[in-house]
Design a protein. Structure first.
Length: 260
């Protein structure tokens, strides 16, 4: 998602089979309150030490996109309030939770507190496919048991570096849509054929983002490598294609209940 830190961290591949799937992990405690309307621009979500999760200004649409790793055009039947009403969420998870477990916890939150019931339908739509490129592959198999992380850092020449550890190609592909300023606005499907978890890094320009004098970010255009060029350099390729993808169809949803 474009505004929230955890949207990047929690994005991932998904399948939907209604609400009759095996029990999912849940937050130890979660509080949901209506967001202050005087704060129209939501702050970034935070994952704090000890497992505290703060997600301010979230709509139900935001939560679905984040927890299922989908774009807006892959959700059908969303009620109007689900697009407009914003909530501040504070939750507590075990401090050693994985990214995939956090996604499942947010799905449990949606089912329990928003009474969300869904199913999926296939729809042919534009997408990107992540495949192996022509250049040598520059990723390494991750150490067994390593924790999955992905972070941005500054690189030489006015570029930024994306570094991921212990991530599967399916999860990496799913994080690309909406990733800050990279310009990927369609779903990305992994067809690399690579199994297991990997360490990888690449450098690119700021795209839709540019650093300001105060160290913040503001809209801008730069001449650094695009995400397509950056991935090509490490042996991966993004190509556009129309393909059948699962859409989330909302069968039922309610405004959220109070804290638990």
């Amino acid at each position: 998602m474009r505004r929230f830190l955890l949207a990047v961290i929690l994005s991932g591949s998904w399948t939907v089979s209604g609400q009759s799937s095996p029990p999912r992990p849940e937050f130890e405690v979660a509080e949901i309150k209506p967001a202050d309307p005087s704060n129209p621009l939501p702050r970034k979500g935070r994952l704090l030490p000890g497992g505290r999760v703060e997600m301010p200004g979230m709509t139900m649409q935001d939560l679905i996109m984040m927890s299922y790793g989908v774009k807006e055009n892959m959700i059908s039947g969303l009620p109007k309030w689900g697009e407009k009403e914003r909530y501040d969420i504070v939750a507590k998870a075990p401090p050693t939770q994985s990214n995939s477990e956090l996604r499942l916890m947010f799905r449990s939150l949606l089912a329990d507190r928003f009474k969300l019931a869904i199913h999926n339908e296939e729809k042919v739509m534009p997408a990107y496919v992540l495949t192996l490129g022509k250049k040598p592959l520059k990723v390494q198999e991750a150490s067994s048991g390593a924790r999955q992380t992905c972070n941005w850092s500054s690189a030489e020449g006015g570029l930024r570096r994306r570094e991921c550890h212990s991530i599967t190609m399916a999860e990496f592909a799913a994080t690309l849509p909406g990733l800050g300023g990279v310009g990927i606005d369609l779903p990305v499907v992994d067809e690399t054929g690579l199994k297991g978890a990997y360490d990888l890094q690449f450098e690119m320009g700021y795209g839709e983002l540019r650093t300001s004098g105060g160290g913040g970010l503001k809209p801008g255009v730069d001449s650094g490598p695009t995400i397509f060029e950056a991935l090509d350099r490490i042996g991966l390729k993004l190509e556009s294609r129309k393909m059948s993808l699962p859409m989330i169809v909302i069968d039922h949803a309610e405004p959220p209940s109070g804290s638990n």
